[in-house]
Design a protein around this ligand. Structure first.
Ligand SMILES: [Zn+2]
Length: 311
């Protein structure tokens, strides 16, 4: 009888030990699953996946902290009313960043390195984010203003001074520059373009030969200027070319449809507005930047003015 009781008590202890081990294993499995990255609750809502050549990233993945109050506050000039159903992002256009030339007719296309630095410093101070083309596309797709004041900083023509003067300043302030390059007339050495691309700059297409596309309807020419230039530049950087800048901001229906069917996310032109829509994405308005600080601050508020006062 005593032996039976001892046996029973031993088998009870074994059972309890077994249950404790099972519990510990279950707790460990739950803890492991919860600590895996997939199970963590995202801090920002997930953005729907985009069917495009490039996977659109989270628009707010850059260094800066999203500040939802920032967007509506403290402009230097009262912003113009936003167009209904639009996304507000000033898209800035630069050509040359270099000492101002003596020729008065070329000066509008130059911003001095000192003025460029002053403009970038201002964006940094005002907590602006510089968008990549993929990030801008993602916002257009969502149809929402960025939650943080944002700009896209673009450069046309691929002049060497973009590498010499603009690139170091962009790097200093941790901004992304979007460089529209003419694939058959690259003014920046290939190794420099690759360095820029590896350091966060984006290399995009400004056609193959900078031809005026307005009179062009020949499909072979359009394909060469728009599609071939894309693949040539992709082979330089090893990254996708996702947007197109019309040479001289000129386009016609054939050019727009060639861009739309060549795998580009959007195209940029010239304009006087900082408000955009997804449906207008193949001709987005960009504001021309002059070597003038007040004019620059007006652009950020959507105020368009031509200036002849170059600082
Ligand atoms: Zn150009």
């Amino acid at each position: 009888m005593l032996r039976r009781m001892q046996k029973t008590s031993i088998s009870h202890s074994k059972m309890i030990l077994y249950l404790v081990i099972c519990d510990l294993v279950i707790i460990w499995v739950i803890a492991f699953v919860l600590s895996s990255p997939k199970a963590r609750i995202p801090l920002l809502p997930e953005i729907p996946s985009v069917k495009s050549e490039e996977q659109a990233p989270d628009p707010f993945s850059q260094r800066t902290i999203v500040d939802s109050w920032n967007f509506a506050e403290k402009y230097d000039f009262i912003p113009v009313d936003q167009r209904p159903n639009s996304v507000r992002v000033p898209i800035l256009t630069y050509h040359h960043v270099a000492p101002l030339p003596s020729s008065k007719s070329s000066r509008p296309y130059f911003v001095s390195p000192e003025m460029f630095e002053k403009q970038m410093k201002h964006l940094d101070k005002k907590h602006y984010k510089s968008l990549t083309p993929a990030e801008l596309y993602n916002l257009l797709l969502l149809g929402e203003n960025p939650k943080q004041k944002s700009v896209m900083i673009t450069f046309d023509d691929g002049n060497y001074d973009n590498f010499q003067y603009a690139y170091p300043i962009l790097k200093k302030y941790d901004f992304t520059g979007v460089f529209y390059i003419v694939s058959d007339k690259i003014g920046i050495p290939i190794s420099a373009l690759q360095e820029m691309s590896q350091n966060g700059m984006v290399i995009e297409s400004h056609s193959a030969t900078h031809i005026d596309l307005i009179p062009v309807t020949d499909p072979a020419t359009l394909s060469y200027e728009i599609t071939t230039s894309k693949y040539k530049l992709q082979s330089v950087t090893g990254k996708g070319v996702t947007s197109f800048s019309y040479p001289g901001c000129g386009s016609n229906g054939s050019a727009v449809s060639t861009v739309a069917t060549s795998g580009y996310l959007f195209a940029v032109s010239c304009g006087k507005s900082i408000d955009h829509s997804y449906y207008g994405r193949f001709s987005l308005s960009r504001m021309h930047v002059y070597s003038n600080f007040e004019n620059f601050k007006k652009i950020l508020s959507g105020i368009w003015e031509v200036t002849y006062d170059y600082e």
